[in-house]
Design a protein. Structure first.
Length: 76
């Protein structure tokens, strides 16, 4: 059984159809500083349970996980 995720309008606008967003963008979506996101990733390997994909020196955060988080659910 597959569950569809509803992406909040502001997150959809930020993602512009992409499946992954950058660290600065997830910080903006969750109303935190980018350094807070980076620190959480360095300490736990995740940010509110969302695990990024590394591409070179960038962290790419899945929009689906961020949508779950913003909808009050758990990202896992």
């Amino acid at each position: 059984m597959m569950q569809t995720i509803s992406i909040p309008p502001n997150l959809a606008e930020l993602a512009k159809g992409r499946d992954y967003i950058l660290t600065d963008e997830i910080a903006r979506a969750t109303n935190h500083q980018p350094q807070t996101v980076r620190k959480s990733y360095c300490m736990t390997g995740a940010y509110f349970g969302i695990r990024p994909v590394k591409l070179g020196n960038r962290l790419l955060w899945p929009v689906e996980g961020v949508a779950k988080l913003l909808s009050g659910g758990t990202a896992q």
